[in-house]
Design a protein around this ligand. Structure first.
Ligand code: ADP
Ligand code: MG
Length: 320
């Protein structure tokens, strides 16, 4: 919990009110809107604007110099998906300091990819990094799996681990699994990842499977859309911050909705609209092909061309 009295015009009593309203740290305030803060008694519009601005500065949501960005990017490492084809269209693998979104219909392989990533994190050959960084990553790396659909299967982790010659039990010991039954729990778990890191756990992979299902069932109808997008935006900000500050790989999965009105090809659309689109650096659309084959399509990446890759899901896991 941050000391909110560091914010301009926030004394102990306002800090208390902010906390009561759920604004327990700078990041939550930095990603709040003026309208949300003025709902709290005693905070004027002017004061809210100042508080938000100060919180943004404290969270480093401001500008960085190009050379700062470059030096941070030097620490980027990659985690293999298990499929060389899929790694290739991602520019080498799942990239740290970014959020990667896997979208697709039921059974397209989103959860399987998430499981495989947890296993691959324990497999040094599947971590692509410079020597100096690799040492840090390989120092008992741990994954966090926020499961909103109840589809995490330890048995499947063991099966994938054994296919790689790893001890299944050991891989399981390095995954923190949290079952989220609603969007508030989901957001709280994501925020609590930082506590695990402060306790000394070397969290290098964070998964939210799925990102949108709780939001979709809780915020139904047009009238709820703005609120849903607002919360989803805040959740994505938490995930991006984890990725950036702790050099983690972050994976989110996203259900797709059928769009009968689609004009060309895209008969489905990822949920979450622009909020998710702008907050995820890599977006991959998965679809079923013949048998155990799946097609992954990378789109809208800032520095990679749109591309497709074929991979398979078998007993062994994800591979070409
Ligand atoms: P979703 O995109 O809905 O999360 P999943 O990742 O759960 O989809 O993919 C489910 C599919 O993965 C199944 O339909 C099956 O084809 C495949 N699969 C899951 N477990 C196994 C397994 N143990 N062996 C082979 N294939 C599996
Ligand atoms: Mg799934």
């Amino acid at each position: 919990m941050d000391d909110l009295t560091q914010l301009p015009g926030v004394g102990p009593s306002t800090a208390e009110k902010l906390k009561e309203a759920g604004y327990t740290d700078f990041m939550k305030i930095a990603t709040a809107t003026i309208g949300e803060l003025t709902d709290i008694e005693g905070i004027s519009e002017k004061a809210a604007a100042k508080i938000i601005e100060a919180a943004r500065e404290l969270c480093n949501l401001g500008f960085k110099s190009g050379s700062e960005v470059l030096s941070q990017r030097k620490n980027i490492w990659k985690l293999s998906t298990g499929s060389k084809n899929l790694d290739e269209i991602l520019g080498g693998g799942l990239e740290s300091q970014s959020v990667t979104e896997f979208a697709g219909m039921f059974g397209s392989g989103k959860t399987q990819i998430a499981h495989q990533a947890c296993v691959n994190l324990q497999c040094p050959e599947r971590i692509i990094a410079d020597d100096a960084i690799k040492e840090e990553i390989l120092n008992e790396p741990k994954a966090v799996y926020i499961d909103t659909e109840g589809t995490f299967r330890p048995e499947r982790i063991v099966q994938m681990a054994e296919a790689l010659g790893l001890d299944g039990q050991e891989v399981l010991n390095n995954i923190f699994v949290a079952r989220a039954y609603n969007s508030d729990m989901q957001m709280l778990y994501a925020e609590n990842v930082e506590n695990l890191i402060r306790e000394g756990h070397n969290i290098k992979l964070v998964i939210v499977d799925s990102l949108t299902s709780t939001f979709r069932t809780e915020y139904v109808g047009r009238g709820k859309l703005a609120e849903r997008q607002q919360k989803l935006g805040r959740h994505m900000a938490t995930l991006n911050k984890l990725a950036d500050l702790y050099n983690c790989v972050v994976i989110v999965t996203n259900q797709v909705a059928a769009r009968p009105d689609a004009i060309f090809g895209a008969s489905e659309q990822a949920i979450g609209g622009h909020i998710v689109g702008h907050a995820a650096t890599f977006r991959i659309f998965l679809r079923k092909a013949k048998g155990d084959k799946r097609v992954a399509k990378l789109y809208d990446s800032p520095h990679l061309p749109d591309a497709e890759a074929m991979f398979r899901i078998t007993e062994k896991g994800i591979h070409d």
